[in-house]
Design a protein around this ligand. Sequence first.
Ligand SMILES: [Zn+2]
Length: 248
Amino acid sequence: MCHNALPSRGTLLCRGIQLDPLCPACSTDLEDSDHIFLHCLMAHKVWDMAVAHQWLLNLPFTQPVSSLREELHSLAYNDYPRFSRVVLLLRSIWKFRNALVFRNEISSPMGTLLLAKRSWAEWTLRTSPPFYPSTIPSSSPYHTHPLPKSTQFIGWKLPHGGFIKINFDGSKSSMGVAAGFVIRNWQGGFIMAGSRFMEQAPIIVAEATAMRVVLAPLYKSDFVGLKLKVITRLLLKQCKSRLTHRGK
Ligand SMILES: [Zn+2]
């Protein structure tokens, strides 16, 4: 990327290959690295969305932007706090550009951002110390490695045998609120997950919606027990009154 070696259409044209050098995403300019990652409208939307979702603290590039090479050099030189995320977003933009060129797949800024987020999560996981679930017996060889004192894990515990576990939550950003849930069985096996974007609804509505979506089918099914652990106090209060009323 810094050596302008990516085989963009503009670069290939400069190497003597006869092809249409315009950007396949916007068809308004020659497609080179600077255009793909900095100047294309698609790239603008991705960077803006990364900031709007607070994945990046601010737009990483100067305005007006210079060349990609100089911008990356400046970020690295100034120890930009989330440089690894910038790199993964660049990779994500390139992958979606290739999907458009080679498979005619239209990407969205949200899809590009999500790919970068997934890559970042995996990279963080793979470069972090291993997680030690509480179910591992003390005789396990995993316990021979002491945890760093500064490390704090937030673990997901298996439910009791025969139970399913539902985790749901709402999140808020400047773009709006979103609700999501995941259902797993007592062995940790995936059953179902879902999410919904709810624009400008209050966060409590997002959390309540997520809970309602997963609890509504259970009401209609023949489940025999429900252990409810709700972190949000307001939701807990609402749940208790409803469940008591329904007799379940
Ligand atoms: Zn373009």
